[in-house]
Design a protein around this ligand. Structure first.
Ligand code: 5AD
Ligand code: SF4
Length: 439
């Protein structure tokens, strides 16, 4: 029998969490564990949780509950739960009470100490519960095991200062802090040297990178990275509209490595709702930003996040959102039903919207967004696009990847094309994706 030990990481939520799971995988690798597919085979299972909406939270709770049997069958199994859910006030205790067989509970601010917690747990019976309130300093020197070649995620900021009234993120990820630009640039250089072809800079609000420090501004940082040698694509997310500047639009237009694709969450098209959400812009301000972006980058694809059913949202407010969606003509959008998060300002607002109403609204907005996406996709037919191949779809028997606007394209190839830039002629638009042939 080999002594090899295996890990399994279960990730919930956003790209930020996906990348954080890569860092967790790095820590587990340093401890000698290797990745496995099945929970049954694992010696350690780590849940990296999300609490942005109630369903993400319920999902994690449900799955942790199902591990009781596994733990009973294998006493040596280590179960660790970390991330946004555990960082919420009182949640770690709650989790420990409900699932006493969970061995390690850690928060977002002490993820880099997971290795110590595992070593501690290996030598004691008692659960290790460590949630730090203080976000502290920006931790460097992680060694992520990257799982998305040829794409690589790079954090530039952590936390958020915006306190949108519906959002739990500032409570569980702390105040905004930026990494030093020299560390970011060194990481990106290393990734490009290792053959990565697409870099996505990550932060809750990348536009305010470096705020209040002597470091570069976000447009300057983008420019420095875009000037690095080699053929690669540069993306970033997420931008807050209030901080989206003309200078940034200019930098996107002047650097061909920066993708013409910007994710600019609007949340609502109603000024009253935007004010209640504490978004700090009106629908008019937002549309001006879009005009400015399109002035410099006319072909820029714009994507967004939308929330329906925010407390007090009237039919007129909702229709204002539908109108704005049509006006901007988004290439795609993430749509969410408002989810009440304890501790946020919105949770105490009057006028919570009945579920039935929210359900109707989400259906209407999804239909609108889908019809816009389909129209955008249709425009591609007959054109040639450059795809960065990122995977192979077994079911379709085709390679797949995205163009610089973020549209997914499929094509056939006899040879492995993952990590290559491939020109395809689009023959067919298939809902949200493109089917083409290599030329
Ligand atoms: N309810 C619904 N959607 C939310 N988001 C953030 N908080 C909530 C909430 N309480 C959405 C926003 C944000 C995206 C990441 O998640 O649209 O941009
Ligand atoms: Fe949440 Fe607003 Fe910060 Fe985004 S900008 S993470 S929605 S508080």
């Amino acid at each position: 029998m080999s002594n090899q030990k295996f890990y399994k990481i279960v990730t919930y939520g956003c790209q930020m969490n996906v990348h954080e799971s890569e860092k967790i995988a790095g820590a587990l690798t340093e401890l000698g564990y290797i990745s496995c597919e099945d929970m049954e085979q694992a010696d350690i299972i780590v849940f990296n949780t999300c609490c942005i909406r109630e369903n993400a939270e319920n999902h994690a709770f449900g799955n942790i509950g199902m591990l009781k049997k596994l733990k009973a069958a294998n006493r040596d199994l280590i179960i660790a739960v970390g991330g946004c859910l555990t960082q919420q006030a009182g949640k770690a205790e709650n989790l420990h009470e409900k699932f006493p067989y969970v061995d390690i509970i850690f928060g977002t601010h002490n993820l880099h100490r997971l290795k110590d917690y595992i070593l501690l747990k290996q030598n004691r019976k008692k659960a290790v519960i460590e949630i730090e309130d203080d976000e502290g300093y920006v931790f460097e020197g992680e060694n992520p095991v990257r799982t998305s070649y040829p794409n690589a995620w790079v954090n530039i900021t952590y936390g958020c200062n915006n306190f949108c009234s519906y959002c739990i993120v500032p409570f569980v990820r702390g105040r905004e802090r930026s990494r030093r630009s020299e560390n970011i640039i060194a990481e990106v250089k290393g990734l490009l040297d290792a053959g990565y072809k697409e870099i996505t800079l990550l932060g809750q609000n990348v536009n305010s990178y470096g705020n209040g420090s002597d470091d570069l501004t976000f447009p300057q940082l983008l420019e420095r990275i875009a000037n690095l040698d080699g053929k690669f694509r540069l993306r970033f997310m997420t931008s807050h509209p209030k901080d989206f500047s003309e200078n940034l639009a200019k930098v996107i237009s002047e650097n061909e490595k920066i993708c013409h694709c910007v994710h600019l969450p609007v949340q609502s098209g109603s000024d009253a709702v935007l004010k209640a959400m504490n978004r700090k812009y009106t629908a008019g301000d937002y549309l001006e930003k879009i005009s400015c972006l399109k002035k410099y980058v006319p072909d820029c694809a714009v994507t967004t996040d939308l929330i329906v059913g925010f407390p007090g949202e009237t039919e007129e407010d909702f229709e204002a959102t539908l109108n704005l969606v049509k006006l901007v003509n988004y290439s795609s959008a993430f749509t969410f039903v408002y989810s009440k998060r304890e501790g946020t300002v919105a949770a105490k607002m009057p006028g919570q919207i009945p579920e039935e109403v929210s359900k109707q609204r989400i259906m209407r907005i999804v239909e609108l967004v889908n019809s816009l996406t389909r129209e955008h996709t249709k425009d591609y037919v007959g054109k040639t696009v450059e795809i960065l191949c990122e995977g192979y779809d077994d079911k379709k028997g085709m390679y797949l990847g995205r163009d610089c606007y973020g549209r997914m394209g499929y094509f056939k190839s006899e040879t492995n094309m993952i990590g290559e830039f491939v020109n395809i002629k689009v023959n067919k638009a298939n809902g949200v994706s493109l089917i083409g042939e290599r030329i």
